[in-house]
Design a protein around this ligand. Sequence first.
Ligand SMILES: NC(=O)c1ccc[n+]([C@@H]2O[C@H](COP(=O)([O-])OP(=O)(O)OC[C@H]3O[C@@H](n4cnc5c(N)ncnc54)[C@H](OP(=O)(O)O)[C@@H]3O)[C@@H](O)[C@H]2O)c1
Length: 209
Amino acid sequence: MKLAFIGIGKVGFALANNLEKKGHEITIAHNNPQSKSVVNALQKNPEFKVLPLQEAIDAADVIFLATPFRTNKEILMPLNFKGKTLIDCTNPVGPKISHGLESKISGAEQVQEWAKNALVVKSYSIYGFENLEDSSFSDYNVQPVMLVAGNDLESKEKVKLLNTDLGFDTLDVGNLSQSLHLEHMTLLWVKMVRANGHHPNFTWSYLER
Ligand SMILES: NC(=O)c1ccc[n+]([C@@H]2O[C@H](COP(=O)([O-])OP(=O)(O)OC[C@H]3O[C@@H](n4cnc5c(N)ncnc54)[C@H](OP(=O)(O)O)[C@@H]3O)[C@@H](O)[C@H]2O)c1
C-alpha cells in the first residue's frame, strides 16, 4: 500500500520502517523536510520519500497519525482527507499519566472531529514503541494482539492487513467510541512500564475458547 506518515518519531519510524521492509511505499508527510525527525528517519531508511502534508495525503491509500496529541488540532484542521483511512496512533496523556481529555471523550473521537472527512481507526496506541520496532515473541506459539477500533469496516480490514505484515493478530473491539477504553489500556501499559519499571517488551495476547 501507499502509506503516508504524519509524525515519524519513535512510533512513526518503527511502523514505517517495518512496513517498508514488507514492501509498502512510505511517504513522510511533513511541511519541513529539514525537521530533526525527518532527517533522522531518512538517514536510517533512504527508501522513504518526503512530501508536504496535503500532497502526501493525496498520494496515499492510508495515512498514519503519530504526532504529540497536543499538536493534532493544528495539524489536522487544514487538511482534506478525502474519505481516506486515518490511523490514529496518538494518545492524549495528562498529568501523572492520566487521560488527557479527562475521559470525557476519546482522543480518537476528537481526532475524528478535527479530521472531518477521514475514516479514523484507532490502533498501534496501546503499547510502547519498543513493541512496534520488534513484535516477535519467538518463545510463544501465539502472536501479540493489536486492538483496533473504528466505525468503517473496510478501513479496519486495511489495518488488519498491515497488522499481519507487522506480526500482530488483530482484534476488532468495535466502533471508534471504544477508543476511550483503548486509551485507558495505554495508560495501564505506560504506568506499568514507564512509572513502575515493568519490562517494555511485553504485549497482550488474545485467547478464545
Ligand atoms: N512513544 C511511545 O512509546 C508511544 C507508543 C504508542 C503511542 N504513542 C503516541 O504516539 C504519538 C507519537 O509519539 P512518539 O513517541 O513517536 O513522538 P516523537 O518521537 O516525539 O515524534 C513525534 C513526531 O511528530 C512530528 N510532529 C510534531 N509536530 C508536527 C507538526 N506540526 N507537523 C508534522 N509533524 C509534526 C515530529 O516531527 P518534528 O521532528 O518536526 O518535531 C515527530 O516526527 C504520541 O501521541 C504518543 O502519545 C507513543
